[in-house]
Write a protein of this length. Sequence first.
Length: 166
Amino acid sequence: MTTKTISARLVLGAVAATALTAASVSPAMARDDRDRDGISAGEVIAGAVVIGGIAALAGAFDDDRGDRWDRGDRWDRGGRWAISPRYAIDRCVRAAENQARRGGYRYADVIDVRDVDRTRDGYRVRGRIDVGGGWGRRANDRGSFSCRIEGRGAPWVNYDNIRGLG
């Protein structure tokens, strides 16, 4: 169970308990002969509790779209799939390092990200990468990479000044 489900059940239980309490108090208050059609403090408190419970239930079951930015994805205004800049950087860094390792280098580390540009369909990320080791290579190489990512698709990575990758 998620915390949202648990909290919704707790709120629902609290509202039900409050409703039962208010229902049991109402007959006792009806027998009071001193009531001169005024609103008592107990009625105000019971009303506030019921309204608060309804508001809590409405908040527990709404569609929380704020979580989508945590995953890095969303729909843009045109109804197309779009991504956040942070998500684009993370995907491009992982793709650049993984492709360099698959290209024969033992390690690959992105040193820095220099530029992030918004394009028509996504983002272009540029930065520097340090690679080394591997199949007969003794020296380390340092160069740059450029990555283009659009929506949910795989990033396209290009390397400059790195032997064996290009």
